[in-house]
Design a protein around this ligand. Sequence first.
Ligand code: ARG
Ligand code: GLU
Length: 673
Amino acid sequence: MKRLLLIVLLLSATTFSAVADKGMWLPSLISSRIKDMKSKGFKLSAEDIYSINKASLKDAVVLFDGGCTGEIVSEKGLLLTNHHCGYDAIQALSTVEHDYLTYGFWAKSHAEELPCPGLKVHILVRMEEVTERLAAGESKEQIIAKAEAEGVGFRASVESMYYGNIAYLFIYREFSDVRLVGTPPSAIGKFGADNDNWIWPRHTGDFSVFRIYANEQNEPAEYSASNKPYKPARHFKVSTKGVKEGDFTMIYGFPGNTQEYITSDAVRYISELSDPTKIALRTERLDIIGRAQATSAKIRLQYAAKHANIANAWKKWQGEVKGINRLGTVAKKLAYEERFRRENPDKAYLLDSLAAAYERNAEGYFNYELYSETIRGIELQRVVNIAFSSASEEAKMAAAELFYKDFVLEVDRQLAVAMLTQYEAKGTFISEELKALFAAHGGAKGYAEWLYDNTKLGSMEGFTVEAAKCDPMTEFVMALQPIMQRIKPYTYRNFSNIPDIERWFRPYVKALMEWDKSRAFFPDANLTLRVAYGKVAGYEYADGEYHLPQTTLEGIMEKDNPEIYDYNIPQSLRDVYATKDYGRWGVTMNGKYTVPVCFIATNHTTGGNSGSPVINGNGELIGINFDRTWLSTMSDIEFDETLCRNIICDIRYVLFVMDKVGGAGWLIDEMGI
Ligand code: ARG
Ligand code: GLU
């Protein structure tokens, strides 16, 4: 079977070459795409991208903090990623006296670099197909254990591709001594914040700088003052030559989740039920949090990260629904499925089985999603988990302290009232215990009010393990347990990954690959290392409205407004603008002497690609990926080359900010620029 699938892959690669920029390719199989890449301007070889025999670009790409990407840019383990990827680490290091989040931070030497406890990066050692080893009876756990025994700090995982048709082993080195080297102030790194999020034109300097440390032998090690900067097998060279429309671009990173092969039923579930429900629920939560934030600067800060997190997917889903409707994805999938039935009558039952499986699992999956978006948004239940965890008394108190630091009881009460009311109205998996609590207080709303009136756990002063034992919040958490048991069989990343559905996807996707030779089958994203390539390109945003692919400092100055928090740039940036002292980073664009800020390209990306290196045809770093445009957000389900654009922070803006705002010229020297 393995050989057959590989032949199918290769066939589709050759017949399809020079067509679409769509796809997220496995680096170890990139030789099947290299001809197409070369025809579009790539000058390196497949071996330069991925090799297990010599240093290759893959040695310079890292999985950052388990959900983002980063790239190594010097021989001393200097690492670039997004500001929003480093955000948690930067926030954890920030205090009122040293507010790095607000004012930025730049180490002046290695000694000033700040350790980030808990922050890890992973570098891929190699990947290999293990479909046959699994078929021969070896278990995943055995394969992983063998791989991890191969080297110091090795971490392995076995991931399935094409709904379980193929399995791959990924072996990483895990580094846990990672230090903060620098970050711009939020006014640059988060410029435009939620307003500009998912939007082009964009002017965000979404980058931060870290460094990987290793032991004397250059191996992964826990933090130690005696650790040395990690010497990577390969690092990215930076190009300051800039980009222009049509230039080749390649992204190397860890895309998290796409669903390109799902059937019309699953798309309808997303665009007609799941997304609209989740959007409405988040609108309520964001309104509550936003109103509270408007009343006090303290609450604005306490809920800043929470608000940004909730708003990010909320905004994305809105674009996704619009995009799916605009493209007519459901109708297209239906037509494709009809054709499949006609041309494969002996396999048409697979589609029937899939439809039946979706139907069987729809209620369960909806209840799982509903639970996640309502009940899990009620924060105070967490202190019950802290109280009854197996941690030491001291650790529990510390965890509670951390929790209450960014918690406002009145905000959570309002969230609980709203979310329990919604859950009561829409949920069908409500436990008898929770129903009884609702009934005893005249319904979910009355219960929520009563709960917050009577809990003693609303603040650090009231929090003790003893108090938690007989608190109504604990009774609430207990009443949730049967619900969690019931949704457990549906607790998967996507509807289609529920095993009862996925088992039909396996033969269906295999049949598609054998049948549809005109289609380039890349495995859906699953947070494993991928290559996507395309070109710098503007796009038609609306009738008669073309969006250029590059923004500049002029746009930042147009948006600058000291009255609006998200658009209030640092004075130092205003000063540089006033003198036009741009040094080596100044360029003349559209008749103006200015600094490039962001650009867009046609690379197929998704969440997880944040922080990914964007390279030119020579393999040099030209930017850091950080977002997609509003018209692209459906690309996790259907990628449309004419519309979909990823958003990249131009490396020249990164260097300009380091130099002119951060005064961190030593890092620019270290990168050899
Ligand atoms: N939209 C980008 C991504 O999906 C950036 C998110 C962070 N920024 C924000 N304003 N929430 O992750
Ligand atoms: N900002 C996203 C991330 O954190 C990338 C944007 C996207 O979804 O394409 O990974």
